[in-house]
Design a protein around this ligand. Structure first.
Ligand SMILES: [Zn+2]
Length: 237
């Protein structure tokens, strides 16, 4: 049965680039670039999650170091190819990868349009090598800078000629973090102006109201996780 499922053609609609890279490559890249590993982080144990975590923060511990890579175009190339190799192993034929391009730009001291070009070009290369159709979803992190980051990403998207490979906008990170009140309207406007689809991480852990907000305020086309929906007492009528 497991073998049969593995061999089925699949589409992967929710996967974060850094989370898809093989652990050994993550460790190699961190070591090569001399990254400062946070106190208490064990590279042998804390990069993978093989059992249920007590809370989202624990589950997301790998991101304490995943956010430190890639430094350099070669490292990005290796990461994207590792991600696609792992997708190919599962017989995935279509993927919409999520990535925080703002972090890629900051880590590499390059502009956001440059970072976006780096990423789309590497996805193109990996797509042809592995025969997997690849799209990119631009992830914005919740918080004070969310609106500014969204504006910056959209400006970069326009600056590099609105490639069809960029298919959507995402909002991620701790759902209890407060973001600027104008944020939902900016997502709706981007959708209207550019035809980009909207996906929001909502109801990933506790609060079903975030799912409702994603649909009614952000006009989300796709909910990330939404597992808290079963707690909702609200009805659509
Ligand atoms: Zn996610």
């Amino acid at each position: 049965m497991e073998h049969h499922i593995k061999n089925m053609d699949k589409g992967e609609l929710h996967v974060h680039l850094n989370g898809l890279v093989s652990t050994h490559l993550v460790i190699d890249l961190l070591q090569q670039q001399g990254a400062e590993i946070p106190d208490g982080f064990d590279l042998e144990k804390d990069l993978t999650r093989l059992t249920p975590s007590p809370d989202l923060q624990t589950y997301l511990k790998p991101w304490q170091v995943l956010r430190l890579i890639p430094q350099g175009r070669t490292a990005l190339n290796l990461m994207v190819f590792s991600a696609f190799e792992n997708l190919a192993r599962q017989n995935v034929k279509f993927v919409e990868l999520r990535s925080s391009v703002i972090y890629l730009a900051l880590l590499n001291n390059i502009t956001v349009p440059e970072a976006l070009l780096w990423l789309t070009e590497e996805i193109d290369r990996a797509s042809s090598k592995y025969g997997i159709r690849g799209g990119l979803i631009l992830t914005v992190s919740r918080g004070d800078y969310a609106a500014e980051h969204l504006r910056t990403l959209l400006a970069a998207y326009v600056a590099i000629g609105k490639p069809g490979k960029i298919v959507g906008l995402d909002l991620a990170c701790n759902e209890d973090t407060v973001s600027p009140t104008e944020l939902p309207q900016l997502y709706r406007k981007a959708k209207a102006d550019f035809g980009l689809k909207v996906t929001i991480h909502a109801g990933e852990t506790g609060n079903p109201d975030n799912i409702m907000e994603a649909i009614t305020e952000f006009d989300a086309d796709r909910i990330g996780h939404g597992t808290a929906a079963f707690k909702s007492k609200k009805s659509w009528n």
